[in-house]
Design a protein around this ligand. Structure first.
Ligand code: FMN
Length: 267
């Protein structure tokens, strides 16, 4: 290729990248407005309590991966000390943070569906994570932390629970519909719609698993105690989060600080 053609191609690629990035920022503003009004409707907020709260940037995590993997473990005793915003932001960024302007995430998802929504339950209410804005939408002033627990008394004291919700509607993307059409035509080894649905369910669960491990590793790095949990009534939790039939709670991850003493856990 001639040098001038190369330069032109480079310039074009640069402008295209800038345009995509610009579009992405516009999309995000639209998405935040859309999310705010959707949550307002869903949580029947007539008094305009639904607001966006900016979080600080995630803390730098400089521990080696070898050390973080070695330190990772489940902890089930907590202090009631509130989780700092910086620590919460670090865990949420690990679970579902933006790594590039194009909207790429810290954790993978099947066909890049990005179908997992994250809620945070704290004593001061229900919050919805907005990765593109590194912040939380306040949904409702209701402490529903105990609704995530079955027969695990030490967990009640924990200051926060991260709730992973899969939104099946988002798995109906253009690419997946196209893939399904091809499968439908070719019918490779008897692949039918039930098998496609099973694959979809499996992918959504695995996408949550990736987030859970990322949070475990981040928690080990910043010395936060955490435990992943599936032991809860998912229907009850779904009701309290006002989820649509397309949305399902997959898992909860409880986070907080280790107790300073035994008295700190139970008193
Ligand atoms: C999908 C999943 C569900 C889990 N559910 C619970 C749970 O409901 N309650 C609990 O205390 N721990 C739960 N755990 C934590 C496991 O018990 C824990 O990972 C296991 O005992 C190994 O311990 P470690 O994480 O310290 O390596 C769950 C872990 C996973 C991955």
């Amino acid at each position: 290729m001639k040098d001038s053609t190369k330069e032109k191609a480079k310039g074009l690629a640069h402008s295209l990248k800038a345009a995509i990035s610009d579009r992405w920022f516009h999309d995000i503003t639209d998405r935040l407005d859309g999310l705010l009004s959707e949550i307002k409707t869903r949580f029947k907020d007539e008094d305009d309590h639904v607001i966006f709260r900016q979080l600080p940037e995630a803390r730098p995590m400089t521990m080696s991966l070898t050390e973080a993997l070695s330190l990772r473990k489940s902890r089930r005793t907590f202090s009631d000390e509130p989780l700092s915003d910086a620590d919460l932001a670090t865990l949420l960024w690990a679970a579902d943070g933006i790594t590039h302007d194009g909207g790429k995430r810290t954790t993978p998802s099947a066909l890049d569906w990005q179908e997992i929504d994250i809620y945070v339950l704290k004593s001061n209410g229900i919050w919805h994570w907005v990765p593109e804005k590194n912040g939380l939408i306040f949904c409702e002033l209701k402490d529903i932390r105990s609704e995530t627990i079955i027969a695990q008394p030490t967990i009640h004291i924990a200051p926060a629970h991260i709730v992973y919700v899969a939104n099946r509607a988002r798995t109906e993307s253009f690419v997946s519909r196209l893939g399904e059409k091809v499968i439908d035509k070719v019918k490779p080894r008897g692949f039918d719609s039930a098998k496609i649905e099973e694959m979809r369910e499996r992918a959504m669960t695995i996408d949550v698993g990736a987030k859970i491990q990322a949070v475990y590793l981040a928690a080990a790095t910043i010395n936060v105690a955490c435990v992943a949990r599936t032991g809860f009534d998912r229907d009850r939790l779904g009701e309290l989060l006002h989820l649509s039939p397309e949305e399902k709670v997959i898992a909860v991850q409880t986070v907080g600080y280790a107790p300073h003493s035994i008295a700190d856990t139970f008193l």
